[in-house]
Design a protein around this ligand. Structure first.
Ligand code: NAP
Length: 341
């Protein structure tokens, strides 16, 4: 099996467009703007879009918007053929200067650091969406959201479907529901087509739940199993589904759960990493039955199953550690079950 051995190979793998995405680009009218592009997922989402457009042979621009606090991200995007615009989405006047485009992916958000700066998280997750929803009322918008808007549930439930009424725990998750409500309001008021993309744990090899568990095992640290189960999806699949969700946006707004098909026990994964990394595994925490779990069946019926299987993600993750692959140093805190991030 081929494993990505460095970040260039990993970024390349994450940006390979699939047939369905290429076909969608042939149908989708107009340019695509990605708001909050300069993060873990946005860079390769932008590149994947450009690659799909090239493969489709159509003329369509991809525009990436962020504050670009990290200049390296901007350099990479420009190199990959993405036009970049620097803009703070909290600045209403600056948002009003952004060019109008038919297709918008909203990815900006704030999670970590919420404790002690709750007001900033609410502003970022609720006020910025108000600016964007108002300015782009004639666009179709895919809004990155989270499975954390649902209540915590036991593994036996198979996870929350879109029919479960949101009941978020803590400021971060509540502000994410606030983000959804603002975009839903815009959809109802202006007729904007909106899709609420409720994602649970995208991963690449530099961050994510598998990375976090493997890192503990690799460094001989105990794995926290307080939250006993989780869902995961390869970032490439999640990004492809996000772009394809543009065609599913509707008014009133629709919600769509996005994750992998498995409800995965933490201990199952930790034991596999123990074997692959030749380490003994220890645990900390009291195993509980309250987890953030999504049931993404509806997305599978729309888009098919994710292409990247769990086993392959696990093997690639173990090889990444053995080869000294870089970590982003941004733990997911998947073990948190009280909403305090
Ligand atoms: N990764 C996951 O597994 C996961 C799971 C559930 C939900 N989500 C949500 O999905 C979205 C994308 O995920 P991600 O992991 O790529 O997030 P991320 O790494 O936090 O990236 C978001 C980017 O948005 C930009 N941004 C933040 N505030 C901004 C502002 N005021 N104006 C303009 N840009 C701003 C930042 O870049 P600059 O500093 O350059 O502006 C940041 O890097 C996020 O909203 C996240 O909460 C992700």
């Amino acid at each position: 099996m081929d494993y990505p051995l460095n970040e260039e190979m990993l970024d390349g793998l994450l940006s390979e467009p699939d047939f369905e995405l290429i076909e969608m680009m042939k149908r989708l009218p107009g340019d695509i703007m990605i708001l909050g592009i300069n993060g873990k997922m946005g860079l390769t989402l932008g590149r994947r879009a450009v690659n799909a457009i090239k493969a489709a042979g159509c003329a369509k621009q991809v525009i990436g918007v962020s504050r670009f606090s990290d200049a390296e991200g901007r350099r990479k995007l420009e190199e990959w053929g993405i036009k970049t615009i620097s803009c703070d989405l909290l600045d209403r006047n600056a948002v009003r200067e952004l060019p109008q485009v038919p297709n918008v992916i909203f990815m900006a958000g704030r999670k970590f650091g919420t404790g002690g700066a709750e007001d900033l998280t609410w502003a970022m997750n609720v006020l910025a969406p108000a600016h964007v929803g108002e300015h782009f009322k004639d666009s179709r918008i895919v809004v990155f959201s989270t499975g954390c808007v649902y209540p915590l549930v036991g593994a036996g439930t198979g996870g929350c479907t879109e029919c479960v009424v949101p009941d978020p725990v803590g400021d971060y998750s509540q502000s994410c529901l606030g983000r959804e409500r603002i975009f839903s309001y815009c959809s109802r008021t202006y007729g904007t087509k909106v899709l609420l993309f409720r994602l649970n744990y995208a991963i690449d090899l530099r961050y994510g739940v598998l990375h976090d568990i493997a890192s503990k095992v690799w460094n001989n640290q105990p794995v926290d199993n307080s939250v006993g189960h989780f869902n995961v999806i390869w970032q490439g699949d999640a990004n492809s589904f996000a772009l394809r969700s543009l065609e599913q946006a509707a008014s009133p707004a629709v919600a769509l759960n996005i994750t992998g098909p498995e409800t995965i026990p933490v201990e199952y994964i930790a034991e596999i990493f123990g074997r692959l990394l030749d380490r003994s595994v220890t645990y900390v925490g009291t195993p509980g039955d309250k987890c953030y779990l999504n049931n993404a069946s509806k997305s599978f019926s729309l888009f098919g199953y994710p292409r990247m299987p769990l086993e392959k993600m696990i093997e690639m993750q173990a090889e990444w550690f053995k080869n000294g692959g870089r970590s982003l140093g941004k733990p997911t805190h998947f073990e948190v079950n009280n909403g305090k991030f």
